[in-house]
Design a protein around this ligand. Structure first.
Ligand SMILES: [Zn+2]
Length: 323
């Protein structure tokens, strides 16, 4: 192996597996992506292991590996209990053990929204901030929270699900199985299906929220659906700020850049709560689609730095011990 040590962050998404190689000085030294296999957990895990093995074959001196997943983790953080957007029988599948067996690296697993937050607080819009609400808008709505400059994680990495706070009592069914969540009104998939159900004439093929946004300029029903999405998101953000006392909100995902209504409505709803919350700033995320992979690399770096030098098993040192 050559060169100084690096950390590999991998972001398992429903469409792509993205990765970044993070250097000791915080620079991204290399990055890439490959399609996510649609053929089940074994093939997906093999693809994740291949990313690690390819960096090793390239002579990279890896000090640790982090993997961000769009779901929740088991209590030992070695497997996944909920992963709605990647085909496979994930509950009980030994993801971490399989990666160790294939690569020799014991990966740090974490939720992708928490990874996004780690990256934005380390390198992006939340750098230097204390108490922050994070949200990502994509197919669904992800969330995370930072307190006193540290992204809060819990044993199953389920802390900060802004998208699954309730905005309509007994409202629409959410992908999580609950009723009336923010995501059921403001997530990309929900917005498009709500628009279709109300007869909005969407083009055939891949339809994006940005396309719906353009249509809303001339179609009042499309405008109503988006208005409800903005409001659901904004109320979820305001509720999260009320719960945490955060003074900064960072919103990521391509949709947030394409449809400024999500941020603007959040600012309006937060302003209505000025007496309770004080001034709360709402910013766009800075790091773009590689934020999840970057955050996974940061998680690997944090964990490696705190890994005990004694013979205590590394599996006992995970992010929840750092908060
Ligand atoms: Zn939900």
């Amino acid at each position: 192996m050559t060169g100084s040590e690096c950390w590999l962050g991998i972001d398992l998404g429903g469409t792509y597996i993205k990765w970044v190689q993070l250097g000791a000085d915080g620079d991204t030294l290399a990055s890439g992506r490959r399609p996510t296999p649609m053929t089940g957990q074994a093939d997906v895990t093999e693809a994740l292991a291949d990313v690690v093995l390819a960096r090793l074959s390239a002579g990279v001196h890896l000090a640790g590996v982090g993997i961000a997943v769009p779901g929740h983790l088991s209590e030992d953080r070695d497997s996944i209990t909920l992963l709605p957007n990647v085909p496979g029988e994930w509950p009980g599948f030994p993801l971490a053990d399989t990666i160790v067996a294939r690569t020799g690296f014991d990966p740090v697993l974490l939720n992708d929204a928490r990874a996004f937050a780690l990256a934005e607080i380390e390198f992006g819009s939340a750098h230097g901030s204390d108490d922050v609400v994070f949200a990502t808008i994509g197919t669904g709505v992800g969330g995370a929270l930072a307190a006193r400059g540290t992204v809060v994680t819990t044993r199953r990495d389920g802390f900060g699900e802004v998208g699954h706070t309730t905005v309509v009592i007994d409202g629409d069914l959410c992908g999580c199985g609950s009723l009336g969540c923010v995501e059921a009104y403001a997530g990309g998939a929900a917005v498009l299906s709500r628009a279709k159900a109300r007869g909005v004439a969407l083009e055939l093929g891949v339809v994006t929220l940005a396309a719906l946004g353009r249509l809303a300029e001339s179609d009042s029903v499309a405008a109503d659906v988006l208005d409800e999405a903005y409001d659901a998101f904004a109320i979820g953000i305001a509720t999260s700020c009320a719960l945490t006392g955060a003074r900064l909100v960072v919103v990521g995902g391509a949709v947030a850049h394409e449809l400024p209504g999500y941020l603007n409505r959040s600012r309006e709803r937060l302003a209505e709560r000025l007496g309770l919350l004080g001034p709360v700033e709402v910013r766009l995320a800075q790091l773009g689609p590689r934020a999840g992979a970057l955050g996974a690399a940061v998680a690997a770096r944090i964990t490696a730095r705190h890994r005990p030098l004694s013979s205590e098993p590394a599996a006992h040192t995970t992010l929840e011990h750092l908060v």
